[in-house]
Design a protein around this ligand. Sequence first.
Ligand code: MOS
Length: 686
Amino acid sequence: MLHAAVVRSPHAHARVRALDLSRAREAPGVRAVLAPGDCDALDETAEFEGRAVVAVAAETFGQARAAAELVEVEWEELEPLLDPEEAVRRGSLVGEPRRYERGGYERGLAEADAVVEAEYRTQTLNHNPLETHQCVCEWRGDGLDVYISTQYIWGVRDDVAAAFGLPPDKVRVICEYMGGGFGAKNGAGGYVTLAAELARRSGRPVRLALTRREENVGGGNRNATIQRVTAAAKADGTLTALGGEFICSLGWGGWLASTAGPMQLLHACENVRTVEYGAKLNLPAMAAFRAPGFVEGTWALECLLDKLAAELGLDPLELRRRNYANVDTMDGRPYSAKELLECYRRAEPHWERRHEVRARSDATWKRGVGLASQIWYGGGGPPSYAWVRVGSDGRANVVTAMQDIGTGTRTAMAQIAAEELGIRLERVQVQVGDSSRGPFASISGGSSTLPSMGPAVRAAAADAARQILEIAEQRFEREDGTLSLRGGEIVSPDGTTWPLEEITGLLEDGQILGKGARGPNPAGMRVLTFGVQVAEVAVDVETGEVVVERIYAVHDVGRVINPLGARSQIEGGIIQAMGHTFSEARLDDPHRGTVLTKTLDAYKLPTIADVPEIVCELIDKPDAQLTNLGSKGLGEPPIIPTAAAIANAIRDATGADVTSLPITREEILAALREARERERVGAPSA
Ligand code: MOS
């Protein structure tokens, strides 16, 4: 196997004036060198830092890197466009501005007793999967094997096949295990094309793994936002208008995630007007990141709602209840299921703790409680397929070409098959991670793995169970449809039981083969996930230090398959949100547009010392309209409301309005000064 290294633009905007590869080509161990023109993933013009220019494959990574350093590039530097508002003014946009309106926004404002406005900002964030983007490509005959860390085996297959003009099944994609993706690994990416082309030219397998520095520049990011938002309500809290302008700093590519989505979907409001811009800048392109758009948008919306509650003198939880949506806010469809009201009910005792929490404040440390709601997709959908194979030993094998991205997918699928077959979990094996050894399976993105794949596995297991029971009914001379599988046995209504192996044992080398497909989502219904989080904080009003002491989270995702796995998703989401709220930020040189936080000592992920007490609850009520399983996804929901719940707790504790993420000590101290000023002049908080 050869190892690859990539020469990348050190500039945010530049052109190659001259390129000299001669020394690199002759360097020890070098087996292939690619330059612009050899591969679409290389270019002589760099519109963002980290743009690939040259790729080298050598016997060792050290040799590849040494050769890359011998590539001589003469750059002509160009002016970078870095200011998102300037980009919007100049019309430098990714896609068209996205406008949405329902009802009459101006009328809604006119009818209101209170109107609050604010500008909220969010920072650029790196996904920081502990395993960086990487792959090994190997040509076998006229086909290509790609070993890769990915959230979507089939997406990689299609991307790579298209890049090399191959029939898709000539590309085999393998992902047994991976170290995190968070949305950054939903497709193949240029690095895979480079590895495959280097492998083609050298006739050797090639590994290309991004270094941490490459990852934190070009591995994708959650785009920064500027959100100018307005909420208007009657004195009783009824929302009369919601509006916002959302500027998303997408970088040179990517897509415009729905930052306005929470404003459009979460609360009932007849009059809503939003416009979203995707600013095209000389910065690395965004990539989906765990509830893209909704994390940023919920931060602004749910902070704004508390500001409105303060203005109206209403309880923030009560304000949300008064604007509860009983049908979809955008098109009036019924929800397939919605337990947000039940979430509010369960959150109430945790919300009630605020009196006791506040009372523990002293002159320096002020304590308070805040909450925020959450809405997101997560219903999954077709197509997805699974096979279940039962051998003569009565053990089952689930086969499907999905990926387990670290969320415990194998376990959940084994649980579903075991329950349907009436056998112990230990007797089920799950084979995933190989596009040539199983049928098509869904992307592990959009919180869709379990709701897309689980129903297919259940259907496949049911198909196998039906075949086993048909044999048993013949063998034991029972009427069709009278026997069932339970506790590893075939069970008759009259109480007779037979070990499962008594039937499967007849098979010898034969196998029972069940197959299942994911059915459609319910027609004419909106399938969404819901939740509420309540944060308790302590704020040192002298230093601006914030300690999150407790977070209560209650989520409604239909039926829960694996309670421990679900709890891990909630805890993981909240911990990642703690990083988003307090410490993480990609910092760019404001003039040059180069990334300053390329390493994990500069880009501050949360550590266990930052983690508060986390109390999780799940409603765990199957969505009766949704598939044969009634489960929705939980990967994304828990990261959505945390930042707003924390900011609302800070406001509850101190009266300070924080409006920018991350919430630094400077931000807190400035917000405290503003709050004191407001109090001094007696101006309303709006
Ligand atoms: Mo996701 S951010 O849909 O992987």
